[in-house]
Design a protein around this ligand. Structure first.
Ligand code: DAH
Length: 365
């Protein structure tokens, strides 16, 4: 501004046209502001630009103040030049103002139109129970209805409960049937839930009627039907006059309940040191109802539950007189049962923790 005033004072305006009444430096400044206005997209910034040209301390005000120093013969042209600046900026600022307002209105209405009311709401996936949990719960409920109570035992067992008290002494060949994970302190990971039999007899005594669900471990190589960690439910009844007929009845009732249809069962001899006689209990094939198909290798039967009458040695070792009480026991493979019920072809599904494979089994219930 000082230079403009100096110019006015020194009276060195070039009088070729109106614009030339104004100092070049001011003109450059105004040109710069014009560029800024053109690029402006924010209302606040535009207000600042307005103030710098047309405001109380703006360039136009200064130009008008310089009017009195302009020689009389130039006053008219000078006045016209300042007015032209004023009018030009008023108009481009107004135009810009309108542009910004209409752009922000368009943005707001675009935002509103971006909400598509037809898009389905994001649903939160509901967690589901593991198939082993489901089948175990179901089996336990069935046994509870038949008067069984539920007991448990530790996963880390002693040699005594896992083997000796079950009539499997040191060096007995049956130990090799169960590839055992041993700890360095001579404890082991239980290879079956049968140790719960012994603990239950010790804790409850006769008569008793218990089931013991749990996780068991064997040093197996994995494939579609072998796991090193799987689930069993051990069960037994000890009472007066218990017979194989009672065993068959309980197994048949339980399996028919689990699969929701009447199943036939049969017994074949099986060897387990803690029962005598021991059996493999088969049930009629669930797929073909016993007429023979590829699932049951055309036999019509599926091997499902190892079981037997509790060995006198086991009863005696735990302090029960076999002349007074008899009993039967069974070891239900939960993983096997779940595979059959839910049509799962690979036992490794249970432990690999892939929720895509494990979800949605509760729809079977
Ligand atoms: N504990 C045996 C196993 O895991 C299964 C078993 C067989 C349990 C016969 C029993 C039984 O109670 O009577 O191989």
């Amino acid at each position: 501004m000082t230079s403009l005033l100096n110019l006015c004072i020194n009276n060195i305006f070039i009088r070729l046209n109106l614009n030339e009444m104004i100092d070049q430096e001011i003109k450059n400044k105004l040109e710069g502001i014009k560029v800024e206005i053109a690029a402006c997209t924010e209302e606040q910034k535009l207000k600042d630009l307005y103030a710098s040209v047309l405001g109380r301390k703006g360039i136009v005000k200064d130009l008008m103040a310089g009017f009195r120093n302009v020689p009389n013969e130039d006053k008219k042209a000078y006045g016209a030049a300042v007015n032209a600046v004023k009018e030009e900026f008023t108009s481009i600022l107004k135009e810009k103002q309108e542009e910004i307002v209409s752009q922000s209105n368009a943005k707001a209405s675009k935002k509103t139109s971006e909400i598509d009311l037809m898009i389905p709401m994001e649903t939160h996936r509901k967690g589901t129970l593991h198939p082993l949990t489901l089948i175990e719960d179901e089996v336990i409920q069935i046994f509870k209805r038949m008067g069984f109570s539920v007991v448990s035992g530790p996963e880390m067992e002693s040699d005594y409960y896992n083997f000796k008290a079950l009539n499997i002494p040191d060096n007995h060949p049956a130990r090799d049937m169960q590839d055992t994970f041993w700890f360095i302190n001579k404890m082991l990971l239980r290879t079956h839930t049968s140790p719960c039999q012994v603990r239950a007899i010790e804790n409850i005594g006769a008569p008793l009627r218990v089931v013991a669900p749990g996780r068991v471990f064997r040093n197996e190589s994995l494939d579609a039907s072998h796991e090193n960690t799987f689930h069993q439910v051990e069960g037994m009844i000890i009472d007066k006059d218990m017979s194989i007929a009672n065993l068959i009845y309980i197994m048949k009732t339980m399996l028919s309940d689990v699969f929701g249809k009447e199943l036939n069962v049969r017994l074949r001899p099986g060897y387990f040191p803690f029962v005598e006689p021991g059996f493999e209990l088969d049930c009629s094939c669930l797929i073909c109802n016993g007429s023979g198909c590829s699932t049951c290798s055309q036999t019509g039967w599926i091997e499902l539950v190892p079981c037997g009458m509790i060995h006198n040695n086991v009863l005696e070792m735990s302090g029960i007189d076999p002349n007074e009480y008899t009993g039967f026991a069974f070891g239900l493979g939960m993983s096997r049962l779940a595979m059959m019920k839910y049509n799962i072809a690979d036992i490794r599904v249970f432990n690999r923790g892939d929720v895509r494979e494990l979800s949605n089994f509760d729809t079977f219930i």
